[in-house]
Structures are given as structure tokens and as C-alpha cells.
Write a protein that binds this ligand. Sequence first.
Ligand code: PLP
Length: 380
Amino acid sequence: MTAYLDNAATTKVSESALKAAVTAMTENYGNPSSLHRMGLNAELAVTKARKDIALAMGADPERIFFTSGATEANNTILNGIAATYGRRKSTIVASSIEHPAVEEVLRELEKKGYKVKRIPPRSDGRINFAEFASAVDNDTFLATCMLVNNETGAVNPVDDIFAAVKNKNPDCITHTDAVQGFLKLPLKVSALSCDLMTVSGHKVHAPKGIGAMYVGRNIRLAPCFYGGGQEKGMRSGTEAVPLISAFGEAAAEQQRNIETAYKNALMLNSTLRKSLAPLDYITFNTDEKVSSPYIVNFSVKGIRSEIMLHFLESRNVYVSSGSACSKGKKSRVLSQMNMPDELADTALRVSFSKMSSWGEIEMLVSAIKEGYMTLQKTGR
Ligand code: PLP
């Protein structure tokens, strides 16, 4: 048996999403722009998927645009908003714990002369709404704050943050990277006061290479790509119908079972915490009260993350050291939380999906115990 507990990095494609992709490749393979029936059928599949994604965001389907993933959506949004709203104003306020798909774009914008004010998290891993809003002034054209941190699972109070931002400066555009909260926590763009939202397919049992952005009705966004004018000119290029259909199917399926999956994640999370809590070499890096039940981050005393990760791998248990994207680099997120090096260097991220099971937790706990004993003896 395999314990795949790295679902914040990516998930297994669900049966129904796979089927939808295969149908779009082998039967419904027309180009949505073609004027004949085959084209229309492909367009209908895209329209259906758009509705399913919109429903999961509590948004109007007309305002959902498909992209190649959350990285492209974040790039389009940040660069596009800077191009339209950043002409007369120059400041962006952001959390200091954004995913590289936001942080690296902000660094590029800084090189172009924009000012970025970064708000660090409190020691619990969350951004404080009052601290965030206090950085917003009349020169701020964009505020961006992720919903769930991909390394720690900490859930930011994005509703309070953006309400406070709008209160201070009603013209400030708000964006949330909701990748790790989408189809896991209840989500509604209006409840979050957000003008823009980013989501990704492969974190929710759709294939890699598909994502979407919500762009509020009154928001003017300069596109990244120009061409055939697909996606209302917001993202030119022939629509990836197989990926879009699979994404829509995965979203519809997950939306139907969101509460059951949430309860399952809560149960797995608390089982894992209860099993590890008695071990004096384990430290939890986030409190379960402030984090998504889908992610647990903890440190194993004295054993570097990569060493333990590979030991667990040898026992068929797959977890992550920090985020999958940071590939062994020191975690920016944990250092922003002022975590001591001995905890940051030994941190592991365990992440669940609706497919995760109790047996996988058992495998993980016994492999951690064995790994700690073995690696301690061998001097790592
Ligand atoms: N934002 C967050 C919070 C993520 O966790 C990820 C994926 O790791 C991304 C953005 C990038 O998404 P994609 O792989 O769809 O480009």
C-alpha cells in the first residue's frame, strides 16, 4: 500500500474527471470556435465546466476565465492590474507569505518601479487584518492575500482583511490566491470582498495544466496573451477542452461532497495530531484551530526535512518538506513566522485529499517513529 499524503502539491485525477477528458479527446474533439455542430458541442462542454467552477466560487459564470493553471492566472492578474490601475498609483500591499506564483511577479513589478509593502504573518502563521489594512493608503491600487497558506495550512481572514482594505480605500482592487482553499473550504467571492480570485485544477483531482481566474464585473484587466480572442479576449488560445471538461467535472463532484470530504479531513487531521502529540520529538508548527484541516505542518527534532522525507519514501509514504515548489530551499514562509532554524529545517508538510484514508495515517505515524529511531542511531 502507498500512503500519498502530498495532496497540497498535487492530487490524483478522479475517475469522472479522467472520463470527461477522454470524451473530449476522442468524441467531442471539435474546436469551440468552429461554426459547425462539432464546434458547438465543444463550446457547450466548456460552458458547462465554466458553470461548475463558478458555482464552487459563488461567482457569475460570465466572470470565470480558464488559464493553464494558477501560476498563469496570478501572473495575468498582477501584471494586468498593474498595467491598467498602476498608471497613476504605484503601491501594492501583499502578505509576505504568498506562493512564488505571486511573490515572484511582485518582485518583477518592483523592478519596474512599483512599491510593494509586505505584511508578515503573526506567529500563528496568519495575517492580521488590521495590520494589513494599515499599510493601505490612497496610493494603493492592489491588495493581494492568499486564502490558505500552502506550507502551513494557516487560513487567513481574507473576508476581514479585504473588508478593512475597502473601508480604507474603496478603489483598491483585491485579489486572493485561493488555490489551497478552493473546493475544500466554503468559498464565495462576494463574502470575501474580493475582485479577483485564482484557482487551480490539479489540487482538486483534475489534471495538471488547467486553472481559472474570477475577474469581477467592473475590473479592467489587460490580458497576457493576444490572439484569437478566446475567453472574451482575456486569454487568447484554443481552449484546452479536455482539461477544462475534466476540471469542471472534478469541481462538480467535489462540490457535491465538500462537507463529507471536510469532515474526513478533520478526522484524519485530529487522528494524526493525537498520534504524534505524545512523541516528545514532534512539534506542530500551526494550531489546528487556525488552519485548514487538509494541511498539517510539524517538525521532527534533529532530523532534517529531506532526510526524513526520503526515509518515509522508503516506506512508501509520501509527504513534503515545505512546499513542493521550494524543492529543499529554506522555507520563506516559516522564517516569516520567525520560526527558529531547528524547527524550520526539520519541518514536514502532510496534506490530505478526499481520497485520503485512516490507513495512510497509520502508515505515516509508524514510519515516522521508525525513521526517528533509525536516523537518530545512524547520526542521520
Ligand atoms: N498558488 C498556490 C497557493 C499553490 O499552492 C500553487 C501550487 O503549488 C500555485 C499557486 C500554483 O498553481 P499551478 O501549479 O496551477 O500553477
